[in-house]
Design a protein around this ligand. Structure first.
Ligand code: IMP
Length: 200
């Protein structure tokens, strides 16, 4: 029998990717939109882990069932890891993906190609209404290019080329991105940890 788990995200790009990872799993994912009272909590921690747990815990308590969430971001080495945990609001609290990308490109304008290294990081969690939790973290290393390319994915995908590729993650089919991505790796590792947490 499948186990109902709520997804604590309002980001359509993430939702699509997480749903694909859980296809054919034991878990039946329920969108946060099924719980209209859920308001994503402010992401005010400097730690991915705390932000991810805050999102999942708030929905788990409201929904009365386990909830999953991720907190993720892009880290530019030349900027000391920024925007990192602040990736979603790099250009301001209500910034669009395009505004965030433009600010990152402007911040890196004078950085030579060889120093434009960085990574996507994802901390994926499952939290139960009673506060039990499972956590997995993963990264994908790559470089931040100068001109956006590609129409797939979301966020910073058009300016990120993973190591070993010459295409951005926005130029990859969703399954190709998923196989190597920070989110794909973190949630695939979370699946067995969730089975242990939920005793399934
Ligand atoms: P948060 O986890 O809700 O704080 O949002 C993470 C932000 O990081 C997203 O809004 C994107 O801007 C960026 N991000 C995280 N994962 C990805 C990805 O797979 N592709 C592109 N951008 C991403």
């Amino acid at each position: 029998m499948s186990v109902a788990v709520a997804i604590a995200t309002a980001n359509p790009g993430k939702l699509k990717e997480i749903r694909a990872i859980f296809t054919d799993s034991l878990f039946e994912l329920i969108d946060a939109s099924a719980f209209p009272g859920w308001v994503p909590p402010p992401e005010d921690s400097e730690l991915y882990l705390q932000n991810a747990i805050a999102k999942a815990q708030s929905l788990a308590v409201l929904a009365g069932m386990p909830a999953i969430a991720d907190d993720s971001g892009i880290e530019a080495d030349a900027l000391g890891g920024r925007p990192g945990v602040r990736s979603a609001r790099y250009a301001g609290p209500d910034a669009s993906d395009e505004e965030n990308r433009s600010l990152l490109l402007d911040s890196l304008e004078h950085v030579p190609d060889a120093e434009r290294t960085g990574r996507f990081r994802c901390v994926a969690v499952c939290v139960t209404p009673s506060g039990g939790h499972a956590v997995e973290e993963a990264t994908v290393e790559g470089r931040i290019i100068r001109t956006p390319r590609g129409r797939m994915g979301f966020g910073y995908d058009p300016i990120f080329v993973p190591d070993g590729f010459d295409r951005t993650t926005a130029e990859m089919e969703p399954s190709e991105k998923d196989a190597i991505s920070h989110r794909g790796k973190a949630f695939r590792a979370l699946l067995p940890a969730m089975r242990r947490l939920l005793d399934r």
